[in-house]
Write a protein that binds this ligand. Structure first.
Ligand code: 48F
Length: 264
């Protein structure tokens, strides 16, 4: 078989453009492939909603990969073990610390990503969300403005593309960069960014899950983005609230948009 370079190029172009055409209008656009974004993507796709994840870097997992100070273990507490079992991630109880579960960072990243992909999520790497689309009557966030991360880094003036969606999820972590841009550039949404507070792990683990949800019509937050938006403490290297807040946002969106099998 001869491998002609032009055929390689055309195969990639045709498949990529087909995908981009599909994702130019979706049910849910998730920004960030960290633990909260991947958990949300998994449950949304499992419920039958057309879901895309835009991730500015070239990998999965966000803060999972670095563990705590580069130690390759992740700590989670119940009931987040329900999510671990749903995605097939193996974990162990921590000796002498009842209620804490430990697992490999690589295991969590890989299983979250493969479960979301198997459920039908489309994940696009190297793409940054730089803005939102908004509409009036009724006032709402109606999609995201995307560009290659490479364009952003180059400093060249390259105009973006648009993706319309029925819901946008900010899963960008500590920056809450999507909610931040919406609060600044669509002031009529009335979003107040209260800013993340110092560490208080136990409190933050429950408040982040409680606070996850709709921030403005059409715009949702999960994971550490919730801490910046709602003025909550950080919790450091414990990941239960990331998984549970992602699941909570998915269930809330599925309830609003109408989806089938998202319920855990
Ligand atoms: O930071 P990240 O892991 O967010 P998370 O899901 O989890 C936080 C924990 O990792 C940890 C913690 C709790 O235990 O404190 O930090 O809330 O993942 C966020 C992902 O979003 C990407 C970023 O590269 C990362 O992979 N991201 C951020 N901004 C953008 C983005 C953007 N504007 N466009 C696309 N991707």
């Amino acid at each position: 078989m001869s491998i002609d370079e032009t055929r390689i190029t055309r195969a990639i172009l045709a498949a990529a453009l087909r995908d981009w055409e599909e994702i130019s209008s979706v049910d849910v656009a998730i920004v960030g492939a960290g633990p909260s974004g991947m958990a949300a993507a998994y449950y949304l796709s499992r419920g039958g909603l057309r879901t895309v994840v835009f991730e500015r870097r070239l990998g999965f997992g966000g803060g999972i990969g670095g563990g705590a100070m580069f130690l390759h273990k992740i700590v989670v507490e119940p009931p987040a073990d329900e999510v671990l079992r749903d995605v097939g991630a193996r974990y162990a109880e921590v000796e002498g610390a009842p209620g804490l579960l430990v697992l490999d960072a690589a295991e969590l990243m890989a299983k979250l990503a493969s479960s979301a992909l198997d459920a039908g999520t489309k994940i696009v790497h190297g793409v940054s969300v730089e803005d939102v689309i908004f509409r009036r009557d009724p006032l709402r966030v109606a999609g995201v403005v995307v560009n290659w991360t490479a364009s952003e880094l180059s400093g060249l003036h390259v105009d973006p593309l648009f993706v319309s969606s029925r819901a946008v999820v900010d899963a960008t972590g500590h920056d809450a960069s999507v909610v931040e841009v919406a609060s600044r550039k669509v002031p009529e949404l009335g979003i107040e960014l209260r800013g993340e507070r110092s560490a208080y792990s136990e409190l933050s683990e429950s408040l982040v899950v409680e606070g996850a949800g709709e921030v403005a019509p059409g715009l949702y937050a999960c994971g550490m983005a919730v801490a910046r938006v709602r003025g909550l403490p950080r919790m450091g290297p414990i990941f239960g609230a990331m998984l549970l807040s992602g699941r909570k946002v998915a269930l809330e969106i599925a309830g609003r948009l109408g989806a089938g099998r998202t319920t855990p």
